[in-house]
Design a protein around this ligand. Structure first.
Ligand code: LMR
Length: 397
């Protein structure tokens, strides 16, 4: 049978890493996949994570199965991150959490649950959105519809068009919103715009799915949860996908969570029972290690404080790289205004370069970026800024 298959195209993001590894250019720079690197070009394991790993190994917990939804403690700590330590939803049972294999695993389970258990048929996603969203939701049997998001003219949010697009979404539809650090654009709604979005969800009755993969990389761990809390405060049912790949630097451990917020205990109990069925038929139950590490950090006040500091430091370094990138481009005499890069949030920047210019960056300069024009600012270094700005200046000329 296999000879009947067509060759699939490389993945638009992870395929770049494969191509990068094969490139013999000694000066190559990978600004493709969203992985944070320090000034030394390495993705060091966070100190808080290393300490938690030592504690987890010391405990030598038996390697029997976890519950289908994972560890209850982990669920509670994830909900604390989402709703805030003082919020009743953390432990009153209205919100339930399933540990998942990364944010992607959570999104896929969300799609299966929405289609298979809630009978939803469509999901609205932003245009543009993360390159993997469409295929995850389609694989889950949902029709994917886009709503306008990014305005290339202003390099900002096309908020009126966004609202006009969401006017098509109603009861029985799912709407995906990036809780912070929109991927790929780095453009987030303002606080006031989030309030309008929450009101819109309430009025129109669609179900919101938050993709929350960058908590802490926007304005801070607590501040970035404001949109989720804004919606929760209106007693809206919610689905939230969390990823701990970036903020814990646990990319290859695949740690994430899917949280469902219901209006009452009866609904959340039923939702949990159906979510268990969805998970059981998908990956049965989650792997223990990565979540145990995250849970150990979150549960230990000292490690938790250290983790907050480490996330702050990553965010500050990214902000510095944004600044240096803008200054560097100016210094190279680039006429185009790139100052918008400094106002974008998270790891990524939609750098205002065309797919053809991205190809030239790779072919002429060994610099890898996603063809949409997305660059991973968290992959820049003070020592590479000069080369990157020289190359961008060359291709946008
Ligand atoms: C990205 O957007 O680069 C990351 O979320 C990694 C991935 O899986 O695509």
């Amino acid at each position: 049978m296999f000879e009947t298959l067509q060759l699939a195209p490389p993945d638009p993001i992870l395929g770049l890493t494969d191509a990068f590894k094969k490139d013999p250019n000694p000066n190559k720079i990978n600004l493709g996949v969203g992985v944070y690197q320090g000034e030394d070009g390495k993705t060091a394991t966070l100190a808080s994570v290393r300490k938690a790993e030592a504690l987890v190994l010391e405990q030598a917990a038996p390697k029997t199965y976890l519950p289908i939804e994972g560890s209850p403690d982990y669920g509670k700590n994830v909900r604390t991150l989402l709703f805030g330590a003082q919020d009743a939803r953390v432990s009153d049972g209205r919100a339930i959490t399933a540990q998942s294999p990364g944010g992607t695993g959570a999104l896929r389970v969300a799609a299966d649950f929405a289609r298979g258990k809630l009978g939803l048929k469509r999901i609205f996603v932003s245009d543009p959105t993360w390159a993997n969203h469409q295929q995850i939701f389609q694989a889950g049997g949902l029709e994917v519809v886009t709503y306008p998001y990014y305005d290339p003219a202003t390099k900002g949010l096309a908020f009126d068009k966004l609202l006009a697009g969401l006017a098509q979404a109603g009861k029985g539809d799912l709407v995906l919103l990036h809780a912070c650090c929109h991927n790929p654009s780095g453009v987030d709604p303002s606080r006031a715009q989030w309030e309008i979005l929450a009101e819109t969800a309430k009025e129109q009755g669609f179900l919101t799915l938050f993709d929350f993969a960058y908590q802490g990389f926007g304005d801070g761990i607590e501040a970035d949860a404001a949109p989720v809390r804004e919606f929760a405060a209106r007693d809206l049912e919610l689905i939230i996908s969390s990823s701990f790949s970036k903020n814990f630097g646990l990319y290859n451990e695949r740690v994430g969570a899917l949280t469902l917020l219901a209006n009452d205990l009866d609904a959340s109990n039923k939702a949990l029972s159906q979510l268990r069925v969805t998970v059981r038929s998908n990956y049965s139950n989650p792997s223990a290690y990565g979540a145990a590490v995250v849970n150990t950090v979150l549960a230990n006040p000292e490690l938790n404080a250290q983790w907050h500091n480490e996330v702050d430091a990553m965010r500050d370094r990214i902000a510095k790289m944004r600044k240096l990138l803008v200054q560097g481009l100016k210094a190279k005499g680039v006429k185009q205004d790139f100052s918008f890069i400094e106002h974008q949030k998270g790891m990524f920047s939609f750098a205002g370069i065309t797919p053809e210019q991205v190809d030239q960056l790779r072919e002429k300069h060994g610099i890898y970026a996603v063809r949409s024009g997305r660059i991973n600012v968290a992959g820049l270094r003070e020592s590479s800024i000069d080369r990157v700005t020289t190359a961008i200046a060359d291709v946008v000329r």
